[in-house]
Write a protein that binds this ligand. Structure first.
Ligand code: WT7
Length: 657
């Protein structure tokens, strides 16, 4: 068969001029940027028409009339699952491997695009038979599994909005989310396997559903992962395989509007409860595909592996949607990097011949640490010659970790793409391009074509290169989140604040551009959001969890630098009773830590809890967080403390003991 490179990668060339699917040089990069600047809508229109399969082509590109609630391609219709699966069956890629799955214990299974399509269709038909339909909402609370992707794709196929909740969140967090989206169905697993251990999953769903206000849930569908004993509610609970069995292998993909909500994903903000970040169908999908091509320079024979969990946005865009719409072969791994030993990642790269490896700095740092210990496992013991490109995501990568990754994993021949983006941006925003941009450790380099990034001051005015400021995006782009579920006002005030004029998208990160080159370096969050192991946590969320404990009168939470997790959570606590002595302090700290684990999830547990008679406050009663940050870090207080009502408190809070 005569196949062009486009067909091999699953793209049907359209009738108009071909759009670029890779950026081969810096000249090309600047030419694309110029194209986007000169005709912004035309730029996006060309890609959207050519890269997505539409059941009804759009006639409008961007609607800004209700800013910041932008709409893209709004009168077009399409289906996300059709774009991810069916298109590959039609262009000769049906038997290409879509997913190679490796379990915690090392068993490997794989499925082709044809098989994945059939599995998604059967499950979608099963969901239909339970009465689920377009516009309904599903919560997915599942471990890393092909079935997790099947659940997401089946929802997308029917126009059901999904909300995946990371299976490490507590019953209470899960409950909050399923009440907020008014889920009609929860898709889960009996148990999960991680690091050689079996952990409960369905039991947490049962607990969440036992809490008040969760009556919208009619069914719980359970993927049988371990076959372990679980409680069962007849009539409500069903096994996933039984829902699918006997269902036809095909299921019409429901055409939805380009703006139809594909999913909501909860993420932490600087205040209040987690925000339900809602994404659209077409704009999100388009950028998932474009960034797979541009950032990862994806080729037909690549084996792509993103180590994220499907519970985070990285697992949505670069596991459940991006690699599939791009027609790639990807590896999915169930477990943790350290099991059965810290060579597991290298072993997977070697045995699956991974060519593109995408992971988080925290994983790299933990593997550096274990490889440096005497007699420990080191990447040099593995054949990593299949690698051609490395990626980093989730937090700033420190230059030492960057160099180690570059030297020992990439053998100094693989470029590293340090991709800056967020749950709200849907896909990569600022990143080096693997084949073009020179690499600078620790810098995300340049915004992708079509992304208009700038660094501004507190009034929204651009600052000169070399000067630190706030990172903003000055024009809406297709994969920008559409709103915060059930709270559009919060969307407006959080991301398009009046202080900056109401038109700039505020990322919440500090940034500085290089004086000569203009390259962007992200300096970290400028709000009270912590980044622990690449996971976003709001300090107020943890504070609320702490004060919900009957022993606690008041709490303040800050981040402090940590060699492995990037930031660690440090909590300053005032008890209702007297300040505990050393022995009691250790016991109460342990109790509070597991309390936070139950309230939010283990990832939110403070690493350091200190007790005081009070917290450092100004005379008007405001907690002085910058002083707490210095205390958490163990730094001498050099700041001005004259506003402090109770300076003596600083001594008390200096150390854990
Ligand atoms: C926050 C977004 C990106 C998907 C996973 C996390 C930080 C993310 C980088 C990077 C420096 C980064 C930012 C951002 N961040 N990537 N390459 N360099 N910082 O998504 O949970 O929405 O968190 O992660 O602070 O605002 P998220």
């Amino acid at each position: 068969m005569d196949s062009t490179p486009h067909q091999e990668q699953g793209i049907q060339p359209g009738s108009d001029t071909d759009v670029a699917i890779s950026i081969p040089s810096m000249e090309a990069y600047y030419a694309f940027c110029k194209e986007a600047e000169e005709d912004y809508e035309g730029f996006w229109e060309r890609y959207a028409r050519q890269l997505l399969h539409w059941t009804q082509p759009f006639t409008k590109v961007l609607n800004e009339s209700d800013a910041p609630f932008y709409k893209w391609f709004e009168d077009g219709k399409l289906n996300a699952s059709y774009n991810c699966l069916d298109r590959h069956l039609l262009n000769g890629n049906a038997d290409k491997i879509a997913i190679r799955f490796e379990s915690d214990r090392g068993e490997v299974t794989h499925c082709s695009y044809r098989e994945l399509h059939a599995q998604v269709c059967r499950f979608a038909n099963g969901l239909k038979s339970l009465g689920l339909k377009k516009g309904d909402r599903a919560v997915i609370y599942m471990p890393m599994s092909v079935e997790g992707v099947v659940a997401m794709q089946a929802c997308a196929r029917l126009g059901i909005m999904h909300s995946v909740v990371f299976a490490g969140f507590s019953a209470k967090s899960l409950h909050e989310r399923l009440v907020d989206v008014e889920a009609k169905v929860v898709i889960t697993a009996d148990e999960q396997m991680r690091g050689g251990r079996i952990l409960p999953v369905k039991a947490i769903v049962d607990e969440a559903l036992g809490l008040a206000d969760s009556q919208t849930v009619e069914n719980v569908i359970v993927y049988r992962r371990t076959g372990g004993d679980i409680a069962w509610t007849p009539g409500r609970d069903r096994w996933m395989d039984e829902v699918s069995i006997g269902q036809p292998d095909s299921c019409p993909a429901e055409p939805v509007s380009a703006e139809h909500p594909l999913f909501v994903l909860y993420t932490s903000g600087s205040t209040g409860k987690p925000k339900g970040v809602q994404h659209s169908t077409a704009g999100y999908l388009l950028w998932a595909l474009m960034t797979m091509r541009w950032t990862f320079d994806l080729k037909p024979d690549d084996v792509f592996w993103c180590t994220a969990d499907i519970g985070w946005v990285t697992g949505h865009t670069y596991i459940a949607y991006g690699p599939l719409i791009a027609g790639a072969t990807q590896v999915m791994y169930e477990g943790v990097p350290s099991y059965p030993n810290s060579g597991r990642f290298w072993d997977i790269i070697q045995s699956h011949k991974v060519s593109i490896f995408y992971t988080a700095p925290t994983a790299i740092r933990s593997l550096i640490k274990s490889s440096e210990a005497d007699g420990q496992i080191h990447p040099r013991q593995y054949d990593l010659s299949s690698l051609r490109l490395l990626g980093s995501v989730g937090e700033p990568i420190n230059p030492e970790a960057w160099r180690w990754y570059h030297k020992h994993v990439g053998k100094e021949r693989c470029p590293i793409v340090d991709t800056f983006w967020q749950t709200e941006t849907g896909g990569h925003m600022i990143t080096p391009l693997p084949v073009t941009t020179p690499l600078v450790p620790g810098s995300c380099m340049l915004p992708l074509p079509g992304i208009m990034a700038a660094v501004v001051d507190e009034a929204g005015h651009e600052v000169p290169n070399g000067q630190a400021g706030l990172l903003v995006i000055t024009r809406p782009w297709p994969s920008l989140a559409r709103t915060i579920w059930r709270d559009p006002e919060r969307f407006r005030t959080s991301y398009f604040p009046q202080a900056l004029g109401g038109k700039l998208y505020l990322a919440g990160d500090g940034c500085v551009r290089d004086k000569e080159t203009g390259y962007f370096t992200i300096t970290g969050r400028v709000d009270d959001v912590l980044n622990v192991s690449g996971h976003r946590m709001g300090s107020t969320e943890i504070e609320s969890a702490l004060v919900a404990n009957s022993l606690v009168a008041e709490a303040a939470v800050v981040g402090r630098p940590d060699a492995v997790t990037g930031e660690a959570i440090c909590a300053f606590v005032v008890l209702k009773g007297p300040r505990p002595g050393a022995e009691d302090a250790a016991r109460i700290a342990a109790e509070l830590s597991s309390w936070v684990g139950r309230e939010i999830g283990p990832i939110a547990k403070p690493k350091d809890i200190r007790f005081g008679d009070n917290l450092p406050k100004t005379r008007s009663g405001k907690i002085m967080r910058r002083l707490l940050r210095s205390l958490a870090e163990g730094k001498e207080i050099t700041q001005d403390t004259s506003a402090l009502e109770n300076p003596a408190i600083l001594e008390q809070l200096k150390s854990t003991k």
